[in-house]
Design a protein around this ligand. Structure first.
Ligand code: ADP
Length: 454
């Protein structure tokens, strides 16, 4: 206000001076002319400055700030300062928004912002993938036109958002399940969050199956045991009958004990994030032990042989490896009909005198396994023939335990089998686990070939 008053005063003063000068030269007409000329000059100067200001304001960032004199210098200065201030603030807000969007983009959950008409305001890449949307093209489209699932449409229109909706969808990765929930905010806008819960559902289903399997496995021998108890209580038995019943009860209780033992081993292995305590294992001695275990189990019904390389020991957990490898051996005996043969082997493959890997294998001439079952053998309670497994005292957990143990030893389990002809289970240990006989830890094996029958 002050500057306007000052400027008007200056102009009036100058006009007055010009008029006085003009009056001195030419009386009243001179004064009027001089005042007019000065006023026209002032108006011209202001119009010029104003048009420069307007031209600059149209694209202030691409042109230098105009220079002016007097009050115009201040106008230009203040306008340019204000603009700088605003554009700085704008850049800051934009970068904040950008960071916010980037954070939403990396979210593993889908995020969709809906306006009051359920039109898509914005969505992140995960939501686009969950619902098959195009994050650019589908903006401003109605959500229910794009996500045509009837349950979703009912959910969105029903306005009952306190519970999430579970939606089954098909995508390029196959079937998946989404948990979708809407959170109203602002002026009838909605935040829609989606989460892929396929893995969670699978784990839940596995947990349920596991509990059902365990209950079933325990229920069967318990029922049998209960039956025997009743028999002993209600029926007069002679000594021989009582002995037979007691033997059968013993078999059932052994079965339950095996199952519980295997469950405990499995639970310990699954819950243990640490590598097993390791030592150098005398594998030739272990092979001799496996062979005698197999002979004891077979009780002369099979031919059992072993080929053992004597210059290779293994670094690992003796207890864990024993439970995994002896299970493969006992399976070979249990799934090979009488008269069949079983062959154990411990060997290594060398490359330029350096071991590439060591292999434990057990081959049998047993019933074999059809190809479709092989990938599932290490699942808990997976059996090709449930009856046969139970009859021979199987719990259905042996190979699941073996898989965990071998994983903890960075070893690989390979299964080759032909139904009716036999199977070969191979455990391949990495070279880093091979040690020389008598080694404390990690001494590389001597390369000369010293195979012998155990
Ligand atoms: P189980 O206690 O039933 O033997 P495992 O986990 O050890 O459980 O084995 C899973 C299934 O794999 C067995 O039930 C059986 O059907 C099959 N299997 C394992 N080893 C052999 C083998 N050597 N020959 C044929 N089938 C086998």
């Amino acid at each position: 206000m002050m500057s306007v008053v000052w400027r008007l005063t200056t102009i009036l003063l100058l006009v007055g001076l010009a008029a006085a000068g003009g009056a001195l030269l030419d009386g009243v007409p001179g004064a009027m002319l001089a005042a007019l000329v000065l006023l026209v000059a002032a108006v011209l100067r202001d119009s010029l400055a104003l048009s420069r200001l307007i031209a600059w304001l149209k694209a202030p960032e691409s042109a230098p700030t105009p220079q002016g004199t007097g009050a115009w210098a201040e106008v230009f200065y203040r306008a340019s300062r204000q603009l700088r201030l605003w554009s700085g603030r704008l850049r800051y807000e934009e970068s904040k928004l950008q960071r916010f969007i980037e954070a939403l983009q990396v979210s593993p959950n889908g995020v969709i912002l809906l306006d009051e008409n359920n039109q898509i305001d914005w969505c992140n890449a995960t939501a686009a993938q969950h619902f098959g949307l195009d994050a650019q093209r589908d903006l401003r489209q109605h959500a229910v036109h794009l996500i045509r699932n009837p349950e979703f449409v009912a959910y969105l229109q029903g306005q009952q958002f306190h519970e999430p909706l579970h939606m089954h969808r098909a995508g390029s990765r196959g079937q998946f399940t989404l948990s979708v929930q809407v959170f109203p905010y602002g002026d009838q806008q909605k935040l829609l969050l989606s989460q892929d819960i396929t893995q969670f559902e699978r784990t839940e289903a596995m947990r349920r199956d596991f509990v059902a399997n365990v209950s079933h496995e325990i229920k069967t021998p318990l029922t049998v045991l209960g039956g025997f108890v009743e028999t002993m209580r209600d029926m007069p038995l002679d000594d021989a009958q009582r002995q037979r019943v007691l033997d059968m009860m013993q078999t059932q209780s052994d079965r339950m004990r095996h199952l519980v033992d295997d469950l405990l081993v499995l639970a310990r292995l699954e819950g243990d994030p640490y590598p097993p305590p390791e030592q150098a294992i005398d594998m030739p001695a272990m092979m001799a032990q496996y062979k005698s275990e197999a002979m004891a189990l077979s009780a002369g019904r099979h031919q059992i042989a072993a080929d053992v390389r004597t210059d290779l020991w293994l670094r690992g957990s003796p207890q864990e490896l024993h439970s995994a490898l002896s299970n493969l051996v006992s399976n070979a005996v249990r799934y090979t009909p009488d008269g069949g043969s079983i062959h154990l082997e411990w060997d290594a493959v060398f490359e330029n005198d350096v071991p590439r890997y060591a292999e434990f294998s057990v081959a049998d001439t047993g019933i074999g396994i059809a190809a479709e079952h092989i990938p599932r053998l290490t699942e808990r309670f997976y059996r090709v023939d449930r009856g046969r497994s139970r009859e021979s005292g199987g719990t259905g957990l042996g190979l699941a335990i073996a898989k965990h143990v071998l994983l903890r030893h960075q070893a690989e389990l390979l299964v080759h089998s032909i139904p009716g002809k036999g199977s070969r289970f191979v455990v391949r240990f990495p070279a880093t686990r091979v040690v020389a006989p008598g080694a404390a830890q990690g001494v590389p094996a001597a390369p000369e070939d010293t195979r012998e029958a155990a």
